[in-house]
Design a protein around this ligand. Structure first.
Ligand code: ADP
Length: 367
């Protein structure tokens, strides 16, 4: 028995209709959905009655829609006969899937484009595996780097201790034989050794952040209260005023590190002011979609925008503030602490008007 052309076309259409692993969609020239197979229903979640007549742009993320990605793909397919793309797409229930699509132009006898055939493959599982592998590799690298930093800074302490001890011995046993210049040289070596000690111990503290701690439910009201108690004498000596909300949330996090985060940011807000201006610090806390956004605003010397990222790197300080005491560690600690909580930290600032440091922490409990 031979298949007629009609049989062949019918069989092909039936296969297209029933294939499950591909979404096969017929679009008109404007991208309006004309037909839809069962694979499309499986991948995108719409029944054909709900989707036919709608523009295919609704599978695109808000950002892609704003960038008119769907229209650009149709233009490309019109021009070249075919367009393909891989990226996140949106299902009926709002969840995303990683889709690989090919759009092919359909022409009439006059070679005019009259519509498009669109084929979509759901590669979410593949993408998830890829992301998980990349994440694992990154975690391993970070762990390795942290171990290296820990070992390096730990082992550097011993020879430094020896240098400091011998400086002391020279001062005590041979101080009487040194002239003024000799004493000055010794004092420079001593200061350099002390500075190096502080840097090494700062590096060690940095690599230890979060290592031995466990997450618990943390009451941020308590943390802020304890921080302000720690800073009582600095606040009084600088005549600073600190305004803060009375009902901060509880969050799941690392208690000791969160204390350090508030302590570093509020200390900086008080420290980086001109002597003739009494610091006014305003602490804010706003609920966002799935996190809390905190802000610590000061009326201090401000930061040049070219340094907004740099100051969060370890040992980085700005030229304008070299006369203030410090090693450029506080904000690097803050960044690591916020990232331990899967959050983000950033700054906005205007020179001579003040700075606002923002960070967010996931809201998970007892809001
Ligand atoms: P340190 O205070 O030890 O210098 P930090 O890491 O806390 O180190 O800060 C890094 C640099 O960022 C500081 O040297 C300073 O230049 C700048 N900075 C931090 N906080 C403020 C602030 N509130 N106002 C102005 N500059 C700031």
């Amino acid at each position: 028995m031979h298949l007629t052309d009609k049989n062949k076309v019918y069989t092909l259409l039936k296969m297209i209709e029933e294939v499950q692993d591909y979404a096969i969609i017929l679009l008109d020239k404007e991208g309006i959905i004309q037909n839809w197979n069962s694979g499309a229903k499986k991948i995108k979640g719409y029944h054909s009655d709900e989707i036919i007549g709608k523009n295919f742009s609704l599978f695109y993320t808000h950002e892609d829609q704003l960038n008119k990605k769907h229209l650009k793909l149709l233009e490309q397919a019109t021009k070249n006969g075919r367009a393909s793309d891989t990226g996140w797409r949106v299902k009926k229930d709002g969840t995303w899937f990683w889709g690989n699509i090919t759009i092919t132009a359909i022409h009439n006898e006059m070679n005019e484009v009259i519509g498009f055939g669109k084929l979509t493959r759901d590669l979410t599982e593949f993408k998830k595996n890829e992301l998980a592998k990349a994440l694992k590799a990154r975690e391993l690298k970070i762990k390795e780097l942290e171990q290296f930093t820990y070992i390096a800074s730990h082992d550097l302490q011993e020879p430094l201790r020896t240098v400091s001890n011998y400086i002391q011995i020279i001062e005590e046993d041979y101080g009487a034989f040194l002239d003024q210049q000799g004493k000055e040289y010794l004092s420079i070596i001593d200061q350099a050794a002390m500075r190096m000690k502080a840097l090494v111990s700062g590096l060690l503290d940095h690599s230890r952040l979060g290592i031995k701690s466990k997450t618990t439910s943390v009451d941020l009201n308590e943390i802020l209260k304890a921080t302000l108690t720690d800073l009582k004498s600095l606040i009084e000596s600088k005549k600073a005023t600190v305004h803060y909300p009375k009902n901060l949330p509880n969050i799941i996090g690392y208690k000791v590190e969160l204390h350090q985060l508030f302590l570093n940011l509020i200390t900086n807000a008080i420290k980086f002011t001109n002597d003739n201006i009494a610091p006014i610090i305003i602490i804010g806390c706003e609920k966002r979609m799935n996190h809390w956004e905190f802000s610590i605003q000061d009326n201090g010397i401000g930061i040049n925008s070219k340094n907004f990222d740099k100051i969060f790197n370890i040992f980085q300080r700005t030229e304008e503030t070299l006369h203030y005491k410090g090693y450029g560690l506080g904000l690097a600690h803050c960044k690591k602490i916020v990232e331990l909580h899967n959050g983000r930290i950033w700054v906005e600032s205007v020179i001579d008007q003040g700075s606002t440091f923002y960070f967010n922490l996931l809201s998970q409990t007892n809001e």
